[in-house]
Ligand binder design. Structure first.
Ligand code: PEP
Length: 248
């Protein structure tokens, strides 16, 4: 039985002060035996988030795959480990399109995080043009082939994979429940092809793309959707609490 996991992605939002206020408002609501709730915060807010998290899990939004070196502006996995984050989002489409992340670098990040005991939340998903061309399945399978290359089946089974169609991120144009379920099923099938049944049955697959309090339940009711990665609706304490309450 896979435990659902719902994670907010704050992107480049929230100061330390705002983070403290959010944790004070939301953390108690996140106490649940049945599901895991968390937030992805910018680097500068991570320590504050960890300090305020009794129930929420805290994720970084990126990492570098090298431990040290001449990589100005980057943050390594040991640095995140020291802060106490347990999860890290990697390969978000904004990082792939604006900051040069590729399946190859995302694969290196995933491996380094797993070695450190931090759970990667690997993001994949097609562009609107790829969707319109009917290429969603091919894009999903290709991204997973690269991003999950040469890993151990158990490691992949312990990961979280977020299927996020780029055309649904921050647009208010969420994927239909049928599309989301079908693509999350393809994600699981590709894990099965690469790493076998156990990995496929254990890996948790999230849908992401304009998830809100008013549509979260329909996604969560699908057999291959084990959670959500949520941008805009995770920023306000009220709406994130509403999402938590609706999925407990
Ligand atoms: C995201 O940032 O990963 C995301 C899904 O954003 P939103 O929920 O705002 O579409």
């Amino acid at each position: 039985m896979r435990k659902p996991i719902i994670v907010g992605n704050w992107k480049m939002n929230k100061t330390m002060k705002e983070t403290k206020e959010f944790m004070e408002a939301v953390d108690a609501a996140a106490a649940s035996e049945n599901a895991t709730y968390g937030i992805g915060a910018p680097y500068t807010a991570l320590s504050t988030a960890v300090a305020g998290a009794k129930n929420l899990i805290v994720a970084a939004e990126n990492c570098h795959f090298e431990d040290t070196g001449a990589f100005t502006g980057e943050v390594s996995v040991p640095m995140l480990q020291e802060i106490g984050v347990t999860h890290c989002i990697i390969g978000h489409s904004e990082r792939r399109t604006m900051f040069g992340d590729t399946d190859e670098t995302v694969n290196k990040k995933a491996k380094r995080l797993i070695e450190a005991g931090i759970t990667p939340i690997l993001c994949i998903g097609e562009t609107e043009a790829q969707y319109d061309a009917g290429d969603s399945e091919k894009v999903i399978r290709d991204q997973l082939t690269g991003s999950l290359a040469d890993m151990c089946p158990k490691c992949v089974g312990n990961m979280v994979i977020a299927y996020e169609p780029i055309w649904a991120i921050g647009t208010g144009k969420s994927a239909s429940v049928e599309i989301a379920e079908n693509c999350c099923r393809i994600v699981r099938d590709q894990v099965r092809v690469m790493y076998g049944d156990d990995a496929a049955e254990n890996v948790r697959v999230q849908y992401g793309g304009s998830v809100k309090p008013n549509n979260i339940q329909e996604y969560m009711a699908q057999p291959d959707i084990d959670g959500a990665l949520i941008g805009g609706a995770s920023l306000k304490a009220d709406s994130f609490i509403e999402i938590i309450e609706k999925t407990k």
